[in-house]
Design a protein around this ligand. Structure first.
Ligand SMILES: *[C@@H]1O[C@H](CO)[C@@H](O)[C@H](O)[C@H]1NC(C)=O
Ligand SMILES: *[C@@H]1O[C@H](CO)[C@@H](O)[C@H](O)[C@H]1NC(C)=O
Ligand SMILES: *[C@@H]1O[C@H](CO)[C@@H](O)[C@H](O)[C@H]1NC(C)=O
Ligand SMILES: *[C@@H]1O[C@H](CO)[C@@H](O)[C@H](O)[C@H]1NC(C)=O
Ligand SMILES: *[C@@H]1O[C@H](CO)[C@@H](O)[C@H](O)[C@H]1NC(C)=O
Length: 483
């Protein structure tokens, strides 16, 4: 088998691969407008038999055959078996003939314009399929124009910077696209470019895998009647494998059940992650305790998994309510602990603040009986007459004291005149009858010394009492305030 193949391959090389480049054997030829182009006759004899045998080129115009020569267009060049265009234009489309003695060859040329792609035409592409992870190889070689000024590689008309020739890498799916080699040629001082475009398709690993569904083979799903549920089915599978929900006929009769469109994601290995969901709306009793199954089917095998819907006990507090309740309870506890702590630490400040705020005076709440019993225990009543302090309570004390002194004759009165008695119109007349030695007049502006006449007089009017010398002075001395 190998013996016959090798000479055949050599033969093809001999015919097509001459040193001057590939000859044009095809009948229908497509050319890209604006590029240099050539037609070359394929000579089957290794050498021209008679050098003097004339070669003629014709173009079939509407009015008949027209012979081509270098003077027919500055863009046309004829040499030996080749007809060159620098460059080819749209109106060059048509039939061309080569004549050499009895040999003749015809071509049908179609020149296509520049469309949406600036650098190639879809009608002139060489298709190549490359398996992912295998070598992607693009060689920018031209058999005819062998000495370009330079060459550039484009992918989808975007220049690939610093691309090596040949361009080579491990294929990935993103590499799919149109690769255009652009050869720059100089001719008669002008710069031309010729393109060669490959349509490269990247395909997945051609070795199939056994498709598998994700998750356990049987899943019990707890549901509430009247709610919706989405049953998910996903698989790793080959491109041509299928994923679907079974019992479809049966499900179709239930308007509450429908199958989702499905999603497919290609993995870097060229396999598919496919998923398809079954949606059951407004779950009813009929949907419970029966199996819904999903399958993936491929050349390499089949895999199936099932779901069974069970009724959920709904006495549970719904999750979100429970969570909120817990949060509120914890917050309240934290606040209470904080308040108690603050209360303990700032107890004194809080009480003082409260007193200040309410202007509370506990000294004022003394009961009438208490005043009375205090007066009962007293032997002297000292009355200090001052303008600024004359409340009802003071007046009551004064009156009950006066009663005890004057009527019951149990108490002796000492009157300290801070302001003259005449200023106090409300004072009982009896007070004015008081013996003059029982009235002390305060004359100084500030506190007088202990030895002064005023304090001696006061001491004299008070009942006799032994003075303990070690005692703190402040406890013995009367405190006197002007306000
Ligand atoms: C290649 O040649 C065509 C036709 O002359 C021109 O439109 C295009 O701009 C050239 N491309 C480059 C990259 O020079
Ligand atoms: C070559 O061609 C010329 C003219 O066409 C002819 O006179 C001559 O005999 C030919 N020679 C051979 C070897 O065929
Ligand atoms: C290029 O290849 C892709 C994938 O095989 C194909 O769909 C597309 O038609 C091809 N384009 C041309 C212009 O041949
Ligand atoms: C190719 O050569 C032409 C002419 O010398 C120049 O204009 C162009 O920029 C060159 N391209 C690259 C990629 O070097
Ligand atoms: C199916 O997938 C969706 C979206 O990821 C999810 O909300 C739902 O709970 C899944 N269904 C089951 C039964 O796990």
């Amino acid at each position: 088998m190998h013996r016959t193949e090798i000479p055949l391959a050599l033969l093809v090389l001999t015919f097509l691969g001459t040193s001057e480049g590939t000859c044009t054997s095809r009948l229908h030829i497509t050319a890209f407008e604006g590029e240099p182009f050539y037609l070359k006759y394929c000579s089957f004899s290794s050498e021209r038999e008679n050098k003097t045998t004339a070669i003629k080129w014709y173009k079939n115009e509407s009015h008949g055959l027209v012979e081509l020569n270098s003077s027919s267009s500055p863009r046309i060049i004829l040499h030996d078996y080749v007809l060159e265009f620098w460059p080819i234009e749209l109106n060059d489309s048509g039939s061309y003939s080569f004549r050499m003695g009895n040999d003749t060859h015809d071509w049908k040329l179609n020149v296509v314009g520049r469309g949406k792609h600036s650098c190639f035409t879809e009608k002139l592409v060489i298709s190549k399929v490359v398996e992912v992870k295998k070598s992607l190889h693009v060689a920018c070689e031209h058999s005819y124009y062998q000495k370009p000024v330079n060459r550039t590689l484009y992918k989808d008309c975007q220049k690939i910077e610093n691309s090596k020739n040949p361009f080579s890498k491990n294929a990935e799916f993103e590499d799919q696209g149109y690769y255009t080699c652009m050869f720059f040629l100089r001719h008669n001082g002008k710069l031309f470019n010729v393109t060669k475009t490959f349509n490269i398709t990247i395909v997945g690993d051609r070795n199939n895998i056994i498709p598998v569904l994700h998750g356990p083979k049987l899943t019990h799903v707890k549901v509430e009647l009247g709610k919706d549920i989405q049953l998910n089915c996903s698989a790793l599978m080959n491109e041509k494998d299928k994923i679907y929900w079974n019992n479809w006929k049966e499900n179709e009769n239930d308007p509450n059940i429908h199958e989702e469109e499905g999603q497919r994601i290609r993995t870097s290995e060229g396999k598919l992650l496919a998923s398809k969901a079954l949606i059951i709306k407004n779950i009813n009793e009929k949907n419970l305790n029966r199996s819904y199954s999903c399958s993936v089917v491929g050349k390499e095998g089949i895999d199936t998994k099932s779901f069974i819907l069970l009724k959920k006990d709904v006495i549970d507090i719904p999750g979100h309510v429970f969570t909120r309740g817990m949060i509120v309870a914890v917050l309240i506890s934290v606040v209470i602990v904080c308040l108690v702590t603050v209360g303990v630490i700032y107890r004194v400040d809080l009480v003082l603040f409260y007193r200040h705020f309410t202007r509370r005076d506990e000294t004022l709440t003394a009961a009438v009986e208490e005043i009375h019993s205090l007066i009962e225990k007293s032997r002297r009543l000292i009355i200090v007459l001052s303008k600024s302090y004359m409340s009802n309570r003071v007046r009551y004390e004064l009156e009950s004291g006066l009663h005890a002194a004057l009527v019951e004759r149990r108490i002796k009165i000492i009157l300290i005149e801070f302001t003259p008695v005449s200023d106090f119109a409300f004072l009982p007349q009896s007070l004015k009858l008081l013996k003059s030695h029982r009235v002390l007049k305060w004359k100084a502006d500030k506190s007088e010394s202990y030895n002064s006449r005023f304090w001696k007089n006061l001491l004299y009017l008070m009942p006799a009492k032994t003075v303990k010398p070690c005692r703190d002075e402040s406890e013995v001395l009367p405190v006197f305030s002007q306000s």
